[in-house]
Ligand binder design. Structure first.
Ligand code: DQA
Length: 145
């Protein structure tokens, strides 16, 4: 069995389902995690799904992924637009990183157009709601092979 794909989510994504559903959809984060687990399993991978509202915790998990993961799917949420600490942690990874967003930040406020995470990601999947995560896991599994 290969190492799992880490699926990490940043701040406020624990509120999915009730948080601005017109933007982020009605699925809860648990629903999203179930979807990605099923998709990953069909591709021969397990997933480790975690969410934190804290930047340093996300940095710790990204560092952990260096040894423990086959690939990383990251929805950095607002930290994608602000966090050089997360970018620096991602730069230490030799596994593929796929950035993922439920909404399409490029079609929203201008401050969402820049993401530091993109500088270290193989690619971005955004705008497909919960399906963004599934597509990101698929891309990550493809890159990890
Ligand atoms: C988000 C987009 C970000 O701009 C925002 O801050 C989020 C969620 C998304 O999944 O669409 O919290 O990453």
């Amino acid at each position: 069995m290969p190492k799992p794909i880490y699926v990490l989510s940043g701040p406020n994504l624990n509120l999915l389902g009730t948080r601005e559903p017109e933007i982020y959809g009605h699925e809860t984060l648990e629903d999203v995690h179930r979807l990605v687990a099923a998709r990953a399993s069909s591709l021969g991978y397990e997933v480790v799904c975690r969410q934190s509202n804290h930047e340093g915790v996300l940095v710790d998990w990204i560092q952990e992924a260096r040894e423990s993961a086959s690939a990383l799917v990251l929805n950095p949420a607002a930290y994608g637009h602000t966090s050089i600490a997360i970018l620096d942690a991602l730069k230490m990874l030799s596994i593929p990183v796929v950035e993922c967003h439920l909404s399409n930040p490029a079609a929203r406020e201008t401050f969402r157009r820049k993401t530091y995470v993109s500088l270290a990601a193989a690619g971005i999947i955004s705008g497909f709601g919960a399906r963004s995560y599934e597509l990101a896991v698929e891309a990550a599994a493809g890159l990890a092979r």
